[in-house]
Design a protein around this ligand. Structure first.
Ligand code: BES
Ligand code: MN
Ligand code: ZN
Length: 509
């Protein structure tokens, strides 16, 4: 965990192991770089003239012995074309900068990148995006490696951001605290999701949630066990758990930051700690990735950590149905018909479409909170990756303003979502000859029929569904959890909290 701070001041006066300044294309010095250049009798411009740094986005050059300044080193960072620099560009430049420093014994640095005018971005966004990007770049999951000395000898520990002017100091300090809360939430989500299925089970996830109340005093946590769920009639959820020796749980977390009578936002996170497919067994290759099938649950817990740390004046309830999906003599079988908590019956044509079965009972349970909106997040369909790739999460729902709000929040949080249609016509694909509905709708439009299934359990509420199958984790060399969509949802909740306050909705904090 890094330490971040803000201050104002002149670049040549910063006493630091490393000063970070930007260079635009083509070889145009930023104001901070210009100041250093003047103080050092043209040291930087001589370097750019020789062609060592053109300002290409993400390029870096570490300089020693820059004369007449207090800093030990200067890191030049390419920012691309000045007029094109947006938040994504800033994130890319920031990532390169910390990568360049981390392994070079610089435990601390001062960055002037936060002074730069970024297209369509406020100081709040610049600081938040920078901090989130730095934490994400330096994140490693090495808890389960024996050799803990693999990292750099003197890793980066402290980053100070220089502000354009002194008068932003108070606000900026708050932005740093908020960004830190978001980063901490993302780290928690990543740590949970990266944890393998033998160590992270429904039971250990519930223990983790319970433990969070020790550090976040405002959070309350309740865990519904199997017998409690039986008496509530959560048969769809319980049916998925039948094939596993791990008992299922429903984790309920509450953050009541606003008046008790303010309707909460309910988040529902899919928590399949391992998805083998059940009797409809998945093929072998890459099956290990199905330990990430609790990415929705992990992000939900991460969001709760962030809102609790910020003491956000809003009411949020998190529901986390969590099970393991395994084949076994007791397991759910294709053709089985189950009665969900809502009373609707479901013909299970494929036991690998288990996410919707655990979510539907959680969505029914959500009604008791009389929510202002329900948002579920789930690694629900492989079809989502086919449709949209791994850039955006898919968003579908029954209330377009809510969907637009989420897309907008994702846009400004650099955690994008893209809408897929959910027209009534798709419901026909879920027809069953033997029950009220089937749990699958065939190969076509797989993400949409999955959402169509969920919509039948949340007709009475404003509801949106985020399919995060393509965004919750990365594959290939950098295989691992991303902590998405913690930034999108936290941004959404911060916006909602602000709106409620402006509308005069009271707060208890
Ligand atoms: N957890 C998977 C979805 C998934 C697959 C996410 C691959 C990310 C990568 C989900 O439970 C599942 O198996 N869905 C099936 C649905 C099908 C049986 C209708 C799928 O996508 O194949
Ligand atoms: Mn599945
Ligand atoms: Zn699954």
């Amino acid at each position: 965990m890094l330490e971040f701070s803000v201050k104002s001041g002149a670049p040549e006066k910063q006493r630091t192991a490393c000063l970070i300044v930007g260079v635009f294309e083509a070889r145009r010095l930023t104001p901070a770089a210009e100041t250093i250049d003047q103080a050092s009798d043209g040291f930087l411009s001589a370097i750019t003239r020789r062609g060592d740094m053109d300002g290409e986005l993400g390029d870096t050059l570490l300089l020693h012995g820059v004369p007449n300044i207090q800093a030990d080193r200067v890191l030049l960072v390419g920012l691309g074309k000045e007029r094109e620099l947006d938040t994504r560009g800033l994130v890319k430049a920031t990532r390169s900068a910390v990568e360049a420093l981390h392994h070079r014994g610089t435990a601390e640095c001062v960055s002037h990148l936060s002074e730069i005018d970024v297209r369509g971005s406020s100081l709040e966004q610049v600081l938040r995006q920078s901090i989130v990007a730095i934490e994400d770049t330096l994140y490693r999951f090495d808890e389960l490696k024996s050799d803990k000395t693999q990292g750099p000898r003197r890793p980066l520990r402290k980053v100070t951001f220089i502000l354009p002017t002194r008068k932003e100091l108070m606000d900026a300090e708050r932005y740093v605290r908020e960004a830190t809360a978001i980063s901490n939430g993302m780290r928690m989500a990543k740590n949970l999701a990266n944890m393998p299925g033998n160590l992270l089970t429904p039971t250990t996830m519930a223990e983790h949630a319970r433990k969070m109340t020790e550090t976040h005093l405002q959070l309350s946590v309740e865990v519904l066990d199997q017998s409690r769920m039986e008496s509530l009639g959560m048969n769809a959820l319980l049916a998925v758990a039948k094939g596993s020796s791990e008992p299922p749980k429903m984790i309920v977390m509450e953050h009541m930051g606003a008046d008790a009578d303010t309707a909460p936002i309910v988040l529902v996170g899919k928590g399949v700690t391992f998805d083998s497919g059940g009797i409809s067994l998945k093929p072998g290759p890459d099956m290990d990735q199905m330990k990430f099938d609790m990415g929705g649950a992990a992000a939900t817990i991460g969001v709760m950590s962030a809102v609790a740390e910020m003491q956000l004046p809003i009411n949020v309830v998190a529901l986390i149905p969590t099970v393991e999906n395994m084949p076994d003599g007791n397991a759910l079988k294709p053709g089985d018909i189950i009665r969900s908590m809502s009373g609707q019956t479901i013909e299970v044509l494929n036991t690998d479409a288990e996410g919707r079965l655990i979510l539907c009972d959680a969505l029914t349970y959500a009604a008791r909170y009389k929510p202002a909106a329900i948002i579920d997040l789930a690694t629900l369909t492989g079809a989502c990756i086919i449709a949209l790739g791994r850039e955006p999460s898919a968003v579908l729902g029954n209330h377009n303003p809510l969907i637009r709000e989420l897309i907008q929040a994702g846009e400004s949080a650099n955690d994008r979502a893209w809408q897929l249609p959910l027209w009534e016509e798709y419901q026909d694909l879920l027809k069953s000859n033997f029950a009220d509905m089937a749990n699958i709708g065939g190969r076509e439009g797989g993400s949409i029929t999955a959402a169509a299934f969920l919509s039948r359990f949340t007709r009475e509420h404003h509801w949106a569904h985020l399919d995060i199958a393509g965004t919750a984790w990365k594959v290939g060399e950098s295989k691992g959890a991303t902590g998405r969509p913690v930034p999108l949802l936290t941004e959404f909740l911060m916006n909602r909290a602000r709106q409620q306050q402006e509308a005069g909705g009271g707060s208890t904090s």
